[in-house]
Write a new protein. Structure first.
Length: 255
């Protein structure tokens, strides 16, 4: 199913305009996106209803960075050292290799009520993505002890970040004093059906009082750290250096 999503771009660092694009497949787009797999969408984002605070993220299959973010990434090979008595050199034996954490730093804005709702949904999504299932309600559902979800990160197409399995390690932002704050009106019931721990975790009781609204900054800089979390069976059965080198594994999330 084609999904239309609103994305805002900056032209010449000054002009902002709204652009509607159609996503036939949410894993094939140049925009930076962090979201659940299709099978885990309901578990991660909840129901696609107006009473769900994360409903705006259903439209974009997860969170999208609306402006081009700064992404830091790399790889490393780990070696152990050894040497010989009376030798002039140190020698190294290979231990393992690994990709380093993905650091994503991006800007979010809230110039309209719709953007404000999206920003609130993003913040709640990231916070919930760092939490495990816990407590009596989770035990009654049979999900107690379930760790935070493994998500998928996509950015810039097949040969950059394509369906990379990641977990959210941390995220941070600063509510700056020199920016304007706007009131965001939320649909009736949004945020009121959540479990108590999530209900007050980020915005406190402001979501369920005073007409169910809150305030967000018109501009927010946020840093997010993603850890690559490969499936051990997938690595064992499918990874091959030769296939990786020849780009035959681009759909497996290997970096």
């Amino acid at each position: 199913m084609n999904i239309k999503a609103r994305v805002y771009f900056v032209i010449n660092n000054a002009i902002t305009y709204e652009y509607l694009f159609t996503m036939a497949n949410h894993t094939t787009t140049k925009r930076a996106r962090l979201g659940p797999t299709r099978a885990s969408t309901i578990n991660v984002l909840g129901a696609n209803t107006c009473s769900n605070l994360l409903q705006p993220l259903h439209e974009t299959k997860g969170m999208i960075w609306p402006y081009t973010p700064n992404v830091t990434f790399g790889g490393m090979a780990n070696y152990n050292s050894f040497d010989f008595v009376h030798s002039n050199y140190q020698y190294w034996n290979f231990r393992n290799s690994q990709p380093i954490d993905i650091q994503v730093t991006g800007t979010f804005t809230a110039q309209t009520n719709e953007e404000g709702r999206y920003l609130i949904a993003v913040l709640r999504f990231l916070r919930s993505a760092t939490m495990m299932e816990f407590g009596i309600p989770a035990a009654q559902r049979g999900t107690a002890g379930t760790p935070p979800p493994v998500l998928r990160f996509n950015y810039l197409g097949n040969h950059m970040f394509n369906n990379v399995p990641v977990v959210v390690s941390n995220f941070s932002f600063t509510l700056e004093r020199d920016v304007d704050y706007v009131e965001v009106q939320l649909p009736d019931g949004a945020g009121q059906g959540l479990a108590g721990a999530f209900n007050d975790a980020l915005f406190g009781s402001v979501l369920t009082k005073s007409g169910n609204q809150t305030f967000v900054p018109t501009k927010l800089e946020m840093m997010t750290t993603l850890l690559i979390q490969q499936n051990t069976r997938n690595v064992r059965e499918n990874f091959d250096v030769g296939a990786f080198r020849s780009c035959n594994l681009i759909n497996n999330g290997f970096l």
